[in-house]
Design a protein around this ligand. Sequence first.
Ligand SMILES: [Zn+2]
Ligand SMILES: [Zn+2]
Length: 94
Amino acid sequence: MNLIEFYRSFTLPLTMPCEVCGRWEERCLCPKCAICGERGRQTCYDVEDGHGLMRSTEQVESMRVELDKWEAITQAEAEYWMARDREEIEEVLL
Ligand SMILES: [Zn+2]
Ligand SMILES: [Zn+2]
């Protein structure tokens, strides 16, 4: 699953975090691409048909940290809704 699918799987934010480092725009670590002038574009980093950009250790590490954060949030959310569902089911049964 890529990052975009990951975010879409639980919410639809109006702005998306950076596809490469996972941070919001103002905190994005990515350098500007010399070819298209964009920063944080996944396609600039493609091995084939890319723009020759390489992910730095900071970018990779940042993405990992940001994904962990989101996972913790979605996990907590899922548990909350599951607990609520269970309560409702118990209410019906009792
Ligand atoms: Zn970035
Ligand atoms: Zn580019």
